[in-house]
Design a protein. Structure first.
Length: 353
């Protein structure tokens, strides 16, 4: 039997999901709309999970950087890519955020009563969030940022990865990120290694695959990371942390059917609204844009929030047509071990393009 929130509080806005999308919305509102009484509901004990999120300088408008700047762990002015035919350095800045920074800033900027962790939002409707234990939380507006959802109406591949933060015995010698090192053996689709130098001896190394399925052997990926490090002459002193993930790479499908299949309010953000970059699966650029738009709304109510976010999701889907076509080439246009050629060809183009 459902029970009402013990505080009998009626919030201005309830955000279901305390990952990147929901967390950035909450932080933006805390800064620009401190008058609003909001609550962020997260199934896990911490906000943001265990991730490193990254973005290119060109991904986020300078006027929106105030939303993410407090979260940035490390930044670089350029990055590299390596393919069998060539290596290249590109001048676009690159930034990385460790998820514990999101948890830290939410706890610093919002009052404790606005943060509810360890409580999954099981059902969402206008004006109401029902938790897995039956507790009901009421609000004038509800926003669904839980991620995932029913993807059966979309045509997708998977970007899956295992990443480790390594402590090395000696400096690694990298001065900038290696976004893709596709000179490694091509296994289970397009495979590359991704490296982020956090200090002279701390290096995040990720074994990544653009594959047809989401299944992944983490132990095997860890072994391949060790092999890669050994081939580079890097001696591992310790593994400081590890993350695993599977992200959908969308290359087609019926967006209207996707929207209908995911029963919820129309006020959706992040992956729940397919607000991700089709090729990279990066969600941060659209999460920042969404947070900025919501924070500047003159009046946040369910109808206006539904309309704005529904329209945003539809516009984003339309604007991603070219990128989905490129992904279709990647997944459907070549044998899995030759998929790297799509990106190798693309990265050979003019940098501004």
């Amino acid at each position: 039997m459902p029970t009402h929130d013990s505080s009998s509080r009626h919030y201005d806005l309830a955000i279901a999901g305390g990952g990147l999308a929901g967390g950035l919305i909450a932080l933006a509102l805390a800064k620009l709309r401190p008058d609003l009484d909001i609550v962020v509901i997260e199934a896990e004990e911490t906000f943001g999970g265990n991730h490193i999120w990254s973005f290119f300088e060109s991904d986020v408008q300078p006027a929106h950087r105030w939303i993410v700047d407090p979260l940035i762990s490390r930044e670089w002015d350029s990055y590299e890519v390596h393919f069998p035919q060539y290596s290249r350095q590109l001048g676009n800045g690159y930034f990385s955020i460790e998820s514990h920074n999101l948890d830290r800033e939410l706890r610093r900027q919002l009052p404790p009563e606005a943060l509810r962790t360890g409580q999954a939002a099981a059902k969402i409707g206008k004006g109401l969030v029902q938790l897995a234990d039956g507790t009901e939380i009421s609000a004038y507006a509800v926003l669904d940022a839980r991620g995932g959802g029913d993807l059966s109406a979309l045509e997708i591949g998977w970007q899956k990865f295992c990443g480790q933060m390594l402590k090395l015995k000696k400096p690694h010698g990298l001065s900038r990120p290696v976004i893709m090192d596709a000179t490694v053996e091509q296994i289970d689709g397009y495979r590359f290694v991704y490296c982020l130098p956090f200090s002279d001896t701390e290096l995040f190394v990720e074994d990544t695959y653009y594959a047809d399925t989401a299944e992944m052997d983490s132990a095997e990926s860890q072994r391949r990371i060790s092999e890669y490090a050994a081939a580079k002459g890097w001696q591992i002193e310790a593994v400081l942390s590890q993350e695993n993930g599977q992200l959908p790479v969308i290359y087609g499908g019926d967006f209207k059917a996707f929207w209908t299949a995911n029963e919820s309010v129309d006020a959706r953000a992040g992956a729940r609204a397919a607000l991700i970059q089709p090729i990279t699966s990066y969600s941060l650029p659209m999460a920042v844009q969404t947070a900025n738009m919501i924070a500047h709304m003159p009046d946040i109510n369910q109808d206006s929030l539904d309309e704005m976010l529904r329209n945003l999701a539809h516009r984003h889907w339309k604007s991603g047509k070219f990128y989905r076509l490129l992904c279709a080439f990647l997944f459907l246009g070549a044998k899995p071990t030759k998929r790297y050629k799509t990106l190798e060809h693309t990265y050979a183009k003019d940098e501004q393009l």
